[in-house]
Design a protein around this ligand. Structure first.
Ligand code: ADP
Ligand code: ADP
Ligand code: MG
Ligand code: MG
Length: 592
């Protein structure tokens, strides 16, 4: 069988190893040149000579090599290939002329690459990485399909595209103000600023903005641009639940008269946004295949079931299940942690959290808009922030995963766990047997922490936090940077660990599916209309009450999918939406 050999460039450090890959390669030992030094000083692995023994994969001290069998897709279907031992993208998505199409798939399977190609930003090389591609050749390849006209328009320079890139952090390096940056898109800046609620921040410099504000500005500039096709690469990043839904409404309106393509991992949001979606499958960083578009409901159900019938591809062994009835509230007798009222006063912000208790084996979600004090509350429980009034619960050992992560040490995960072996504050057995496989970290065990991608670092940080024996686990936004699959896996693992060890966890997050899968109860934070000057936190409440408190504030109701029971956002003003609002049941089925 034919093979794909991938070298993960950023992980390969050829001056810091002994070239174990080439040394141990049995083909090299037979005097053939299977792994040799390439022009960049890094190894090049011959896909024709490789026998697929896997020795180089295990010998590489940096986990920088992947060898796989070729995917089901045909070599002739390669649209783009990044170098000889680089990533390959098979097939393309079809941009809609009007309406919204989603792209849903794991990190590292080529979603951003596909968006850049369809937006005319990156010229596809059709697999011939040695030569720059051309739009004429690309259009020719798709002759007779719906993509021909699109690629030909790019070739003729007639396609106007607006692109919201995946990473918005780097906007903070620009000296422009919010209004200047949005107006530079060339269109109606005031309308975009108003529709995203940015009026009060028009004259702020980008450098002073939070991640969520930068995301809104990037989206604002994109919608303010006059274009034929709009591309949004992960628009929900850094956004709280309220803003995710606001952005969804704005994109809905855009899609009424324009074609829109969206990459998104928040399934409730994508489901609400898009009319149809392409699922992607493959092997992260090695190859990705874009499947044919399906209607939205079928696409997400197929994704949750873990099986793509049309292509006979299975991407998960177990289907993901939701429950239309809330879980039974935990017995109050089993209280594990009890906290009194806590307050924190900053110069321009006052947080009040009502007393509450956490039951043994219970995972509690913390929901609410940004800047309502969720992180401050968690930090007070973690002992990092001193409350102005009240005391964190005495005698509780906590383990804390902060919201913002930064790899400060160059060690790898394996080196960290080896260094911690024998430390009573580290459960090495749990780490190796449950957490590493449960969070799919095997492949990155030997990668230096600063070389990890955002999603990999997040999973590593959660694994390290859960390996620390504690009564109370505090995880602040653990789903950030994860793809939908990783979110599902993490939600399940967290809940199982907390139950099994009869401890408690508090999890701040904005992804409704993640919260639904992970939580037994909810704490709800709000700014009570104070414009960001005050925050209040209350709960834990049983799931039904918590969801109702949260969703009443943002005026969104959910119905249930008949097949998977997963929650789906109702269209505003639909019969169900009105009925549920009238009854005050925003999330779970109306009790008989
Ligand atoms: P996704 O958006 O699905 O996470 P990307 O399209 O960003 O995936 O990237 C897919 C893979 O392609 C990445 O894992 C990376 O290894 C590779 N890749 C992306 N951009 C480049 C590039 N400019 N040069 C080389 N490889 C790249
Ligand atoms: P959330 O996690 O809900 O987004 P945070 O707890 O991070 O909210 O912040 C709540 C408010 O407190 C914000 O307005 C933030 O600017 C302010 N704040 C947080 N930490 C500090 C601090 N150390 N000094 C002053 N203000 C702070
Ligand atoms: Mg991407
Ligand atoms: Mg926070």
């Amino acid at each position: 069988m034919a093979r794909i050999a991938i070298l993960l460039n950023e992980r390969c450090h050829p001056t810091e190893c002994q070239w174990e890959c080439a040394d141990y390669c049995p083909v090299n030992r037979m005097q053939q040149e299977c792994i040799v030094e390439g022009p960049t000083g890094k190894p090049v692995i011959s896909e024709t000579l490789c026998i697929g023994c896997g020795i180089c994969i295990h010998k590489c001290p940096f986990d920088a090599i992947k060898i796989l069998n070729t995917p089901e897709a045909d070599e002739s279907e390669i649209v783009h290939r990044y170098g000889y031992n680089g990533f390959r993208l098979y097939r393309l998505a079809v941009p809609p002329l009007r309406g919204i199409t989603g792209l849903l798939g794991p990190n590292g399977t080529g979603k951003s690459t596909a968006l850049r190609i369809l937006g005319g930003i990156e010229v596809p090389n059709l697999g011939d990485y040695a030569h720059p591609g051309s739009w004429a050749a690309a259009a020719q390849r798709f002759r007779g399909t719906a993509l021909f006209a699109h690629l030909d328009r790019i070739r003729r320079g007639e396609l106007r595209v607006a692109h919201k890139p995946q990473y918005v952090d780097r906007l903070s390096e620009e000296s422009a103000t919010v209004a200047e940056h949005i107006a530079a898109g060339g269109g109606n800046a005031s309308a975009a600023i108003a529709s995203l609620g940015l009026e009060d921040r028009r004259d702020r410099r980008l450098a002073e903005l939070s991640g969520g504000e930068l995301q809104l500005v990037a989206i604002g500039r994109t919608i303010a641009t006059e274009a034929d096709l709009y591309l949004f690469d992960e628009p929900s990043g850094y956004l709280d639940i309220v803003h995710r839904l606001e952005v969804a409404r704005v994109l809905h309106r855009l899609g009424e008269n324009h074609g829109v393509l969206v990459v998104e991992h928040d399934l409730a949001l994508l489901d609400y946004l898009a009319d149809q979606a392409h699922l992607l499958y493959g092997e992260p960083a090695a190859f990705g295949v874009i499947a044919r578009a399906m209607p939205m409901r079928a696409a997400i159900n197929s994704y949750l079931n873990g099986y793509l019938r049309e292509e006979n591809v299975r991407f998960r062994t177990e289907p993901v299940r939701f429950f239309s009835h809330p879980p039974k509230p935990a017995s109050r007798l089993d209280t594990l942690v009890e906290f009194g009222a806590l307050e924190k006063e900053f110069d321009r912000f006052h947080l009040r959290v009502a007393p509450g208790r956490l039951a043994r084996g219970e995972t509690v979600g913390i929901v609410g808009p940004n800047a309502t004090g969720k992180t401050t509350f968690v930090r007070m429980l973690a002992g990092v922030e001193t409350p102005t009034r009240g005391l964190p619960p005495p005698g509780v050992t906590v383990s804390y995963k902060p919201q913002y992560l930064k790899a400060t040490q160059t060690a790898s995960l394996r080196e960290r766990s080896t260094a911690l072996a024998g430390d009573p504050n580290f459960d090495a057995q749990l780490f190796e047997r449950e957490l590493v496989p449960g969070l799919h970290l095997e492949e990155v065990l030997d990668v230096a922490l600063p070389d990890l991608s955002g999603g990999e670092l997040q999973r590593a940080a959660v694994a390290l936090a859960l390996a620390r024996p504690a009564t109370l686990y505090l995880l602040d936004e653990p789903s950030a940077y994860l793809d939908a699959d990783e979110r599902i896996a993490m939600a399940r693992l967290l809940r199982r660990q907390v139950e099994r060890q009869a401890v408690s966890a508090l999890v701040v997050d904005h992804d409704v599916y993640f919260l639904d899968l992970a939580s037994d109860a909810l704490m709800v934070f709000s700014d009570e209309g104070s414009g960001g000057r005050r925050g209040t936190g209350a709960g834990p409440f049983p799931m039904r009450e918590g969801m109702n408190r949260l969703l009443r504030g943002i005026e969104i109701t959910f119905r249930r999918d008949a097949e998977t029971r997963r929650p789906r956002i109702n269209q505003e003003g639909s019969a169900l939406d009105r009925e549920q609002r009238a009854k005050g049941e925003y999330y779970y089925e109306i009790p008989d």
